[in-house]
Design a protein around this ligand. Sequence first.
Ligand code: FE
Ligand code: CA
Length: 510
Amino acid sequence: MFSRRLFLASTGAALWVPKMAYAEGGKAHFTLGVASGSPTPSSVILWTRLAPDPLNGGGMPPGTADVRVRVCTDDAMRNPIRDEIVRTSDADAHSIHYKLTGLKPGREYFYQFYYGDEESPVGRTRTTDPNAPEAKVALAYCQHYETGHYAAYRDLASWVPDCVIHTGDYIYEGGISAFGAKMRDVGGGERRMFEIVRQHNSNEIVTLWDYRNRYALYRADPHLQAAHAIAPWIVAMDDHEVDNNWAAGTPQDPEKQTPLEFEIRKYAAFKAYYEHMPIEAPPAFNKMKATLQLYGKYHLGPALIHLLDTRQFRDDQPCGDNRKPYCEEALDPKRTIMGAEQEAWLTRSLKTSSAPFNVIATQVWFTSYRYTEAPEAAETNLDSWDGYPSARDRLSATLADGVSNPIFLTGDWHTAMASTLHEDQFDPNSRRIGHELVGSSISSYCPWARDMEIVRDANPHVSYLNGNKRGYLRTTFSKDNCSAEFRVVEDSGRADSPVTTDIEMRTKDM
Ligand code: FE
Ligand code: CA
C-alpha cells in the first residue's frame, strides 16, 4: 500500500529521479511538495503544507486538519521508524513543521505525508555526522521567478547533496513585470538583453496574504520542489524576502513606511517564510518588534558551518547605501552587521572549533570589491560587508588568530566569484585568512556584470568572476581540501537547459 517508489534501482545504487517525484506528488493538497531542514546528528524538521488552491491563500477550510506522516529507512517506504498524526491549522496556513528526533548520525531517511487517501511525494533527508570523512554541500541563492526557470535546481537535485545552504532572496517582493526581452544598461556604456520568462502573481507584496501567495507561486515550481525533496536545507533570508536592502528596523523607503508599519510587514514576511520553510521556530512579535531566529551552526564531517543572519541585526547602510566612496559614517568602529549577540556567538564558536574547515555562510559578500580604480576613495557596495568595515576587521582578526581554513559561502550579488582573503584585503603581504566562494544566482540576472569586469585589475584578490550565467555552487569537503564546482545554466529561459561546470577549484591550490 505504501510501496510508491521514487527511485530507480540501477547497479545497486539508489538513483533519485526528481521529475518523477514531482509527477507523482499529491495533486490536490500537496501542491507545494515536501521539504526537510535544520539537520542535526539526531533530528531533522519535516515540512509540507496543505494547499489545494495555493495562489489564493491556500484554499483549506478554516480550522484544523490532520495529516499522517511516515518515516522509513528505505526509499520504497517499507521499513517504518515513525508513523504519526500531525495537526495542522489555518493559523499557520496548514503547514507542518514536524521535528523528527531519535535518529542516527549520517543516515538517510525517507518520509511521506498522507491526507485522507492522498499521498505526498516521498522526500529524502539526511542527518548530519560530525565524524563523516566527507561532506557534499550545495549553495543556492537569489531565485527571481520572472527572470529565469530553475534548471539549476533540477541539476542540484541530480547531485544528491548531503545538505543545501540557501543564503536568501528565496522570493522577490516586487510586482509584475511585462513579458519579453528588456535591454538594460550593464555599465561601461554597454547594454545587454534580459528576458522576463514568467510573471509574479500580484503587485508588491505587503500583507501576510500577499507573502503566502508569493511563496506558493515560487514553491509550485517542480525543480525547486525536487531540490527540497532531495536533501535537508539550512536557510536564512536576505533582503528580498521582506523589502529591498532593509536593515533591522529600516525599510528601503522609510518615507513611505512608518517604523510600526514596517515591523508589521516584517512580521508578515517572517511568518510566511516560516510557513514555507523547514525551520523549527515561528517568528515572534514583542514590544512592537518582529523577530525570527535564523542563524545557527551545523557540523557536517570536515566542515563546521555557521549560517549567519546579516539582515535582522545590522546597522543601517552608511552614507545613504548603494555604491559610493566611504563617508565618515562608514568608518565608525562601533558599526555592526551581525548584532552584538550573534557576533559574540560566532567568535566563540570559531575560537573553540577543531574542525578542519570553518564555513561561514553569509548573505552578502565578505570580499571587498572596488568599482573604481582610485584606492583612496574607491566606490564599494555599501550593502555588503564593505559597508561595515570595522565589523569585517573584527571577524578577520578572529580568523587570522588560528582558525583552520575559513571559507565564506555567500550569495546576494548575482555573480559567481572566488577570492583569497587577507587580513587587509588589498595587501597580499598581510596574513592570509581564507577564501570566499560565491556560486551563480539560481535565476536572478546581474545588471552590474560589465561594471565588475571592467575593474577586475583593481581587485587582484578575486581569482574568478562570472556575472553572465545563472547556476549554483557544489562544494565537497574532505579533511585537507574543499573542492568547488561552479555550475552554470546554458539558457536560464529554459527549464530543461543543460547545466555544466564552468570551473572547478580546489582550495588547496588557491
Ligand atoms: Fe538577489
Ligand atoms: Ca539580496
